[in-house]
Design a binder for this molecule. Structure first.
Ligand code: HEM
Length: 173
C-alpha cells in the first residue's frame, strides 16, 4: 500500500505561483490559437493582452524557479510504479524548460515579427507574415507540447486519487 506524507507542502511562493500560472496557461493557449486565424488589424488588442499575460507567466516562472531551489521541497511522490515515479518528476522538470522556451520565443516573436513596433507606433504594416517569423513556429510547438503534458499532469493526479485514494493536490494548493 502506497502512503505519501501529504502534510508536507511546497513553499507558499511555489503554491501561489503554480496556481496562477496554471490559470494563465489555460487562457493563453486558446487565445494564441484564436489569434492565429485573425487578420492583423483585428488582433492587435488581443496580442497585447497575450503578451502581457505571457510575460506575467515568465515572471512567475522565474520566481517559482528561485523558490524551487531556495526552499525545502517535500519528497517526490511514490506512485507504486518506478516508471510513474520518474515520469512525475520529469513532467515537472520539462514544464519549467518549456515555460522558459515559450516565454523567450514569444518575446522574440514580438520583436522579430514587428508586433512590438506596431503596438508602439500604431503602424501594422511593419508586422511580418507568420512564415517569415522564425520564432513563431517553435513558440506554437512548445505551447502544444506543454498542453499535452498538462493533460498528462492532470490525468496523473486523478489516476493517483482514484487508485491510491490520495489527493496529491494538497501539497501544491
Ligand atoms: C505560457 C505562455 C504562453 C502560451 C501558452 C502561448 C501560446 C501561444 C499559442 C498557442 C500561439 C499560436 C502559435 C501558432 O501560431 O501556432 C501563440 C502566438 C503568439 N504568442 Fe504566445 N504564448 C505564451 C506566451 C507568450 C509571450 C510571453 C509572448 C510575448 C511577450 C507571446 C507572444 C505571442 C505572439 C506575438 C504570437 C503570434 C500572434 C499571431 O500573430 O497570431 N506569447 N502563443
Amino acid at each position: 500500500m502506497i502512503q505519501n506524507d501529504l502534510t508536507k507542502k511546497f513553499s507558499k511562493t511555489t503554491r501561489v505561483t503554480h496556481g496562477i500560472t496554471a490559470l494563465l496557461i489555460l487562457a493563453l493557449f486558446p487565445l494564441g490559437k484564436y489569434m492565429e486565424g485573425l487578420e492583423i488589424s483585428e488582433k492587435m488588442g488581443l496580442v497585447k493582452i497575450h503578451a502581457v499575460l505571457g510575460i506575467l507567466v515568465f515572471i512567475l516562472t522565474i520566481i517559482r524557479t528561485i523558490s524551487f531551489f531556495r526552499h525545502k521541497r517535500p519528497v517526490h511522490l511514490k506512485t507504486g510504479s518506478k516508471f510513474n515515479d520518474k515520469l512525475t518528476v520529469w513532467i515537472h522538470n520539462i514544464f519549467y524548460f518549456l515555460l522558459f522556451g515559450i516565454a523567450i520565443s514569444g518575446i522574440a516573436t514580438m520583436i522579430l515579427g514587428g508586433y512590438g513596433e506596431a503596438l508602439q507606433t500604431g503602424n501594422i504594416d511593419v508586422i511580418k507574415s507568420h512564415s517569415e517569423i522564425a520564432s513563431l513556429k517553435p513558440h506554437g510547438i512548445m505551447a502544444l507540447i506543454m498542453m499535452i503534458l498538462l493533460i498528462l499532469h492532470v490525468v496523473g493526479v486523478v489516476k493517483h486519487l482514484i487508485l491510491k485514494k490520495e489527493n496529491t493536490l494538497k501539497r501544491i494548493i
